[in-house]
Design a protein around this ligand. Structure first.
Ligand SMILES: [Ca+2]
Ligand SMILES: [Ca+2]
Ligand SMILES: [Ca+2]
Ligand SMILES: [Ca+2]
Length: 251
């Protein structure tokens, strides 16, 4: 009986020791430099230094930068949406949203760059020619636009839709034409060489989502019916959108 008791106790202790010694090695939970990102995520996802809380020496911790949408790898408060660490035409913010590797220009190894695949609507994580759905959603109440690949949000930002007297149409549309530059002109306005225009409806007027360089009041209605987007955000949306990409505008 005594022997059995000791055997059970020793067995239990061994099991407990193994449990204790195995658990802390789970790297996903370890945050060695206490910057809010696990060692595993720093090494495999963000490509930051797991033993240095402020990888780019700009005074902000890696985790805080990521939480607020800034790159922990580039100093100077660069938004993740404006950084392309591996030069594959896919912004770091989109790589993180899609689960591609922001330091590998061809994550799935099929000889097509991540950004090239996404722009053409293909899955950058699948070597087969698999198409992914693109969606643009505009909420006139909140004056915000968001766009998605395969249901994963790539970006969201404020817009300016039509004023009360010249409202933006609501409903389901799609990109009909992509036009690099348009000269918008009418009573009381004249905006030559307006960049990045996505034509989505014609109803007496032609309605576009387009860049706007003549104001910075994004977040409130301002236009003659089009959807105004800042130049900073519109270039990426324009290059990503394809003829046929669905646009849903809700009131
Ligand atoms: Ca860390
Ligand atoms: Ca930093
Ligand atoms: Ca990449
Ligand atoms: Ca690829």
């Amino acid at each position: 009986m005594i022997n059995q008791y000791w055997l059970m106790t020793i067995g239990g202790s061994l099991a407990l020791m193994m449990f204790i010694s195995v658990r802390p090695i789970q790297a996903a939970e370890l945050d060695s430099d206490n910057d809010g990102l696990s060692d595993e995520a720093e090494v495999n996802v963000y490509h930051t230094d797991p033993f240095k809380a402020d990888t780019d020496d700009d005074g902000y911790k890696d985790g805080d930068e990521v939480t607020h949408g800034f790159s922990p790898r580039h100093s100077g408060g660069l938004p993740l949406a404006q950084v392309d660490s591996d030069k594959d035409y896919l912004p770091d913010a989109w790589e993180l949203a899609l689960g591609t590797d922001l330091m590998n220009p061809d994550t799935d190894g099929d000889k097509y760059l991540d950004g090239t695949e996404v722009r053409a609507g293909y899955d950058p994580l699948n070597t087969e020619s698999k198409k992914l759905a693109k969606d643009i959603k505009i909420d006139l109440k909140t004056q915000r636009l968001a766009y998605y690949l395969d249901g994963k949000k790539l970006e969201e930002f404020p817009i300016s839709s039509g004023v009360k007297r010249l409202p933006t149409p609501t409903g389901e549309f799609s990109v009909l034409h992509k036009i690099p530059a348009v000269h918008y002109k009418g009573p009381g306005f004249d905006y030559p060489n307006t960049k990045w225009n996505l034509h989505f409806a014609t109803n007496g007027y032609r309605y576009y989502i387009h860049g706007a360089y003549w104001h910075n009041d994004f977040g409130k209605p301002k236009s003659h019916g089009c959807v105004n987007v800042s130049y900073q955000n519109m270039e990426r949306l324009y290059n990503w959108a394809q003829v046929g990409t669905p646009i849903k505008i809700s009131a």
